[in-house]
Design a protein around this ligand. Structure first.
Ligand code: UTP
Length: 300
């Protein structure tokens, strides 16, 4: 076990980068953040924040940018709205609206330009300090009995090193992801689902991919990642890729991959967003039965 990080170190902070341009959802994202698009009636970013809270992490740092004020308002108290709801006797809705503001402690830092996920995380460096932290991308919605992040925290507690969530994907789709090469670690609690990562490649062509194990938008990172992100940023005019920095980190420290249990939806992509909407609506006690009936009635 390295001296600077003990397996006792609790993860206290989750960084949520929400400063991207969301170009795949234009024109919906012209004047509103992609992260506020709702799956049924809850914004993507709230699914992410609820997963953080359900995993026992008490603090969120949002990396925001221009035009993302709606996210700050969403996680703040709205006295006017609460007052109006109370005036109309809608106490349950008032409680719902108020509860969102109480989910977690929240801070904000701004990324000045959308220079990529790596740059967004680097922007949070001063607020995070020298402790391991989680990163959650709200366009990956994970539906799981045990929250995905909580599953990863258990792996971090065991190994004390960075952990990424991984998922097997169709070979033909590997070029949409960061793909790992790894060896399974004997771990009787997780049955071959923990991998020690040997290498990772960003968006490989299927023929060049070392596996079909894809990294999805959940990470636990040691603070050493910040030096690597800074080094990656120097000399690149364009986007700072997190995968490049993690690759450099691999030369210094082990990184583990966890094939998590649960269903992940890529809600940053239109088809993935539609699938998430349909499947999560079907699971809703207030809508599911009627919606299923409707879907069955369609002449497909
Ligand atoms: P994506 O690449 O999926 O989001 O980033 P995007 O760039 O907003 O969307 P498209 O590809 O143009 O449609 C994943 C997450 O990282 C954040 C995004 O807000 C999203 O939540 N991000 C991305 C940043 O915070 N800053 C960036 O520079 C890029």
């Amino acid at each position: 076990m390295p001296r600077d990080i003990s397996t006792e170190t609790p993860i206290r902070i989750a960084v949520l980068p929400v400063a991207g341009l969301g170009t795949r959802f234009l024109p919906a994202t012209k004047a509103q953040p992609k992260e506020m698009l709702p799956i049924v009636d809850k914004p993507l970013v709230q699914y992410a924040v609820e997963e953080v809270a359900a995993s026992g992490i008490p603090m969120v740092i949002f990396v925001t940018g221009r035009g993302k004020e709606a996210i700050e308002n969403h996680f703040d108290v709205s006295f006017e709205l609460e007052h109006q709801l109370a005036g109309r006797g809608k106490e349950d809705l008032r409680g719902l609206v108020r509860s969102i503001a109480g989910l977690l402690k929240v801070s904000y830092v701004r990324q000045q330009q959308a220079r990529g996920l790596g740059d967004a995380i680097l922007t949070a460096r001063e607020l995070v300090g020298r402790e391991p932290f989680a990163v959650v991308l709200s366009d990956d919605v994970v539906d799981a009995d045990t929250p995905c992040l909580r599953q990863m925290l258990a792996v971090f507690a065991r190994y004390g090193r960075s952990v990424v969530a991984i998922q097997r994907v169709d070979r033909r789709r590997v070029s949409n992801y960061g793909i790992i090469r790894g060896v399974p670690v004997p771990d009787r609690h997780r049955n071959g689902r923990v991998f020690r990562i040997q290498d990772m490649v960003e968006k490989p062509r299927p023929a060049q991919a070392p596996s079909n194990l894809a990294i999805i938008g959940r990470y636990i990172l040691t603070p050493a990642i910040f030096d690597e992100l800074a080094a990656t940023a120097t000399g690149t005019g364009g986007e700072v890729q997190l995968t490049d920095a993690m690759r450099r980190l691999l030369d210094r420290e082990p990184i583990y991959g966890l094939e998590f249990e649960g269903q992940r939806y890529d809600a940053g992509d239109k088809l993935g967003f539609l699938k998430a909407t349909v499947e999560l609506a079907l699971k809703r006690p207030d809508l599911g039965a009627e919606f299923r009936k409707y879907l069955k009635s369609l002449d497909l």
